[in-house]
Ligand binder design. Structure first.
Ligand SMILES: [Zn+2]
Length: 493
């Protein structure tokens, strides 16, 4: 009998194709002034342990009271993600012992989350994909541990303890690190549009954990997963997932097993390492919180919140493509910031030239924002003034260079465009007589370039146009200048 010896069989390399399966858990701090169940301030960056009270410190006899704003924000996010909002609200205790949790349990929602079965769309290269969302629930954050480098001691800051936290759990139907990246980007954008969180990863107000496993292509069941933590940016999430796909693929291709564990991403070394193994899912002994009586949400409450949801980025993209001749990519750039999209919409209401508006907003306006290190929200930009400026370029009153100059001055000095043009004398010179005078001088002073052009070096014309622009202090109409120079030089030749 020709049997392969077992040693050789085990060393066989499986030349198998794998499918990546990723599920994401995103935690978002809700932007409420006070914590989820007490009146303590949520302000970031204050002295440690100055924003605490008996409730968030878990002292005996204290009682939690739900922050209505937190509930409202949570329902808003659930609805914006197309979840069915649950009318019956119940909170549970998730029990675990850890120094950052003085009560020894976290108030969370176990079997009846605020929202169920939603989805979010992402744009891939050739298609759009619906990523299903399993649940959205409201809970409270824990405190923050600060470990001394040499391990001598750890400090704890309870200021963060009890801040309203929303957990958004996707179904495992994300199939690549890039899809995960797009999902996070869109989720953050939706939450920013809703104005319920600042989503600042540096301050920890948006955090993400990922579950990842591989399975042979075509298989339905899930492979053994690992959980990734400690990723401080969306780029970090993508890198950690890419690393983990490769690590798992190498193991599986060599006939080895994946061990279910929780792994931390090391930003410096660009790798994941095992923090703890996890044989079974944790048993947190959830039970309903007896201090928070369950209650129902009225239909009116849900309708009121639903009506309060603004137009979301995906809808805006659709509209911009349909009404504005923008490509999906261009529309996406405008919709990637709520304030930018508001300026765009107000501008094209006044001057219906979407493409021009897109070019100006993503060109000079964003250049200004970057140059002055401002945010779009802090711009002193009057849509009607920007629309006017772009109209002036179209009708020849301003040339492009002068218009950009005018835009910067307009934003710096907070004046209207007509005042700026008058003060800086920026009106474009298109009058042939005036232009002739400039050109006369330029041709006389640059006879070498004139010779170059006449002997066939066509590029020399651009130099001459440039010199004329300079002489006119940027006010000449460059198109006209070029026309006149060409005419003059052709006459010569
Ligand atoms: Zn408190």
């Amino acid at each position: 009998m020709n049997r392969i010896p077992i040693g050789i069989r085990l060393n066989l390399k499986f030349d198998m194709e794998f499918e990546t399966v990723i599920g994401l858990e995103v935690h978002v701090h809700l932007k409420t002034k006070t914590k989820a169940f007490c009146g303590c301030s949520t302000e970031f960056g204050n002295e440690p342990n100055t924003q605490t009270c008996p409730v968030c410190l878990g002292l005996p006899g204290s009682l939690p009271v739900l922050n209505e704003k937190a509930l409202e924000y949570a329902v808003k996010v659930a609805l914006a993600l197309d979840c069915s909002a649950q009318e019956f609200i119940k909170f549970d205790r998730k029990n675990y012992f850890y120094p950052d949790l003085p009560k020894n349990y976290q108030i969370s929602q176990y079997d009846m989350p605020i929202g169920l079965n939603g989805f979010l769309e992402i744009d891939l290269d050739k298609e759009r994909k619906k990523i299903r969302i399993k649940r959205v629930h409201l809970e409270e954050d824990a405190g923050k541990l600060i470990h001394k480098q040499d391990g001598a001691y750890s400090l704890v800051d309870y200021n963060r303890c009890g801040i309203a936290l929303l957990e958004i759990v996707s179904e495992p139907n994300i199939n690549s690190p890039q899809e995960a990246f797009e999902y996070l980007k869109n989720l953050k954008l939706i939450i920013q549009y809703l104005e319920v969180s600042d989503c600042d990863m540096e301050k920890g107000s948006l955090r993400c954990d990922a579950n990842i496993s591989l399975r042979p292509k075509g298989e339905k069941g899930l492979g053994v997963k690992t959980e990734l933590k400690n990723m401080n940016s969306f780029k970090g999430v993508r890198l950690a997932l890419e690393y983990e796909v490769k690590r798992q693929k190498d193991l599986l291709s060599n006939g080895k097993k994946i061990i279910q564990d929780t792994r931390l991403w090391d930003e410096n070394k660009q790798l994941t390492f095992s923090m703890r193994t996890k044989e079974e899912a944790h048993d947190y002994r959830y039970f309903p919180d007896p201090d928070l009586a369950p209650f129902t949400l009225s239909k009116e409450f849900i309708t009121r919140i639903k009506d309060d949801i603004p137009e979301l980025p995906q809808q805006k993209i659709e509209n911009y493509v349909k009404d504005g001749d923008l490509t999906r990519k261009e529309a996406g750039e405008i919709a990637s910031d709520k304030n930018l999209s508001l300026i765009y919409e107000q501008c094209i209401d006044i001057y219906r030239e979407p493409k021009k508006m897109y070019n100006w907003l993503t060109g000079p306006v964003l250049a200004y924002v970057n140059d002055r290190k401002k945010s779009i929200a802090d711009l002193n930009l009057e849509p009607k003034e920007l629309a006017k400026l772009i109209q002036y370029v179209s009708n020849g009153k301003l040339n492009n260079t002068a218009a950009k100059d005018a835009l910067f001055s307009m934003l710096d000095e907070v004046k209207d465009i007509d005042t700026i043009i008058k003060e800086k004398g920026l009106t474009q010179v298109s009058n042939e007589g005036e232009l002739e005078e400039f050109i006369e001088r330029v041709l006389k002073e640059n006879s070498q370039s004139v010779q170059d052009f006449l002997s066939g070096k066509e590029n020399a014309i651009m130099f001459l146009v440039g010199q004329t622009m300079k002489l006119s202090k940027g006010k000449a109409n460059p198109k006209k200048v070029k026309e006149i120079i060409l005419r003059r030089l052709r006459d010569v030749s």
